[in-house]
Design a binder for this molecule. Structure first.
Ligand SMILES: Cc1cc2nc3c(=O)[nH]c(=O)nc-3n(C[C@H](O)[C@H](O)[C@H](O)COP(=O)(O)O)c2cc1C
Length: 455
């Protein structure tokens, strides 16, 4: 290579061009980096957040909106309601929430106590529910949450029968979308005295939660377990069953048979505090594909809208929420979106992220407990940086915005309640999304897999 060539090449590189250097689509830079990391460390990568690669999602759907054949509702004069009742099947005290967006279960341990408190504050400000997680209920969380769902997990970490009675509903966690078939992880650096005490486990030791419940192995046992929970709580509280989206049609039918009041369905893009990357990216199905399966199962049992369906996994805004409702869900639940609203990955903390080898917008090492924002940590000094009142206000604003967005779209489709949205309001941009969501490809009447559907 001549000196001229070298100089020219350097200039190209400086301008961000790499002529003649071709990246492999199969062995791209992330793949190369991961092979090098594995070769160095000899263990799989663990991280938080959800799936990062692109899979069919709500962005692949569009609302048709009203025109001549339908008429829209007026934004500022005509009502579009958003309230939801959860647990109408058996519970004496179903939950009445004001918006169709709830806060998903996230563990105290994964998140700091002030972060959990902020989730309660934000949810309560908008009249919706928040959820405990692995590791039990903190008093701050109970106090700040008007409506609190208590999770019963395979690990039983932090499980306290008195807390079952203090909760407004109980969620039996069978699985999570990020890791169906897998258990939770909480690494030693996040096991503070308080976390260890609540979980009855030693401080500073890595904890791997069980992937299945110790006292039941199938749907018949689950039925007995649910009966027990109803007895303990005097048949007052709705019982939710949370499943990761896999064989959804059958899992939903079995959950209904076991006695669920509400089914929480978490798709593969769903967030996690700490899981093997290979699990996050390669197990489960996208929520877009799972909702129609769940709705079909509920319909065939005559239980659609009788057993409510809450869905989650990559929900970011009011459009995602409205599309999930149009496909037949009663409400959606959010995890990662809520953490971002609290301040996670905020550029305000760029310096802090750089110090730990990350950057705002990319930080997913939530398991390490070094979060400069103070959300996914148990380090007292870092946690003290986070203001639960401010975080709660930001979350409330985010929930309010999502609700306004969903209402705007519902009104444009002529609906006076967000629950009146229906698959007929949607079209798909790709054949994959049309087949999964079971709505027509835009501009056609074609739903792949359904012969004879007309234009
Ligand atoms: C930090 C964090 C902690 C979590 N902890 C739990 C947990 O303890 N129990 C559980 O059932 N799910 C847990 N999840 C999963 C959420 O409940 C929910 O299913 C998921 O975050 C929804 O997807 P989204 O984050 O894309 O909104 C956790 C998620 C995150 C991000």
């Amino acid at each position: 290579m001549t000196e001229f060539d070298t100089i020219t090449k350097r200039r190209y590189h400086q301008a961000g061009w790499h002529p003649g250097l071709r990246e492999s689509a199969t062995f791209d830079r992330n793949t190369i980096h991961e092979i090098q990391r594995a070769a160095r460390e000899g263990i799989y990568d663990i991280r938080g957040w959800g799936a990062k690669r692109r899979v069919p999602h709500f962005d692949d759907l569009l609302f048709l909106g009203a025109s001549v054949s339908r008429y829209p509702l007026e934004g500022y004069r005509e009502r579009c309601d958003t309230d939801v009742v959860l647990g109408t099947r058996y519970a004496k005290k179903p939950l009445h929430i004001d918006i169709p967006i709830t806060i998903a279960g996230m563990s105290f341990g994964a998140l700091s106590a002030p972060a959990k408190e902020a989730l309660g504050r934000g949810a309560s400000a908008l009249g919706t529910s928040t959820t405990t997680g692995d590791g039990g209920m903190t008093p701050e969380e109970r106090q700040s949450s008007k409506t609190l769902v208590y999770q019963l997990l395979p690990s039983r970490y932090g499980m306290n029968p008195d807390d079952l009675r203090k909760a407004d509903a109980i969620e039996v966690v069978v699985g999570q979308g990020a890791k169906p078939g897998g258990g939770g992880m909480l690494l030693g650096q996040k096991i503070s005295d308080r976390v260890a005490d609540m979980r009855d486990l030693p401080k500073g030791i890595d904890q791997r939660s069980a992937c299945r419940h110790p006292d039941w192995t199938g749907p018949d046992d689950l039925e007995i377990k649910i009966e027990e929970l109803r007895e303990i709580t005097d048949w007052e509280k709705p019982i939710f069953i949370k499943i990761g989206a896999t064989r959804t049609y059958f899992d939903v039918a079995l959950a209904v048979k076991a006695g669920a009041d509400v089914i929480v369905l978490d798709g593969m893009q769903g967030g996690t505090a700490a899981t093997q990357d290979v699990f996050i990216e390669h197990v489960g199905i996208p929520i877009l594909a799972a909702i129609p399966q769940a709705v079909e199962s509920l319909r065939e049992l005559g239980m659609h809208r009788e057993v409510q369906l809450i869905v989650s996994g990559g929900i970011r805004n009011g459009a995602d929420a409205a599309k999930a409702l149009a496909l037949g869900a009663d409400a959606v639940s959010i995890g990662v979106g809520a953490l971002i609203a609290l301040g996670d990955n905020s550029p305000e903390y760029e310096e802090g992220y750089e110090e730990i080898g990350s950057s705002a917008g990319y930080y997913d090492d939530w398991h390490e407990g070094r979060d400069p924002v103070g959300i996914s940590t148990q380090d007292d000094e870092l946690a003290a940086r986070f203001d639960p009142e401010l975080g709660g206000r930001r979350l409330a604003n985010y929930l309010r915005t999502m609700t306004l967005e969903a209402q705007t779209l519902a009104r444009a489709c002529g609906k006076s309640h967000v629950h009146n949205l229906e698959p007929e309001d949607l079209v798909a941009l790709t054949i994959e999304a049309a087949a999964m969501a079971r709505v027509p490809l835009a501009g056609t009447g074609w739903i792949p897999g359904r012969e004879g559907a007309g234009a």
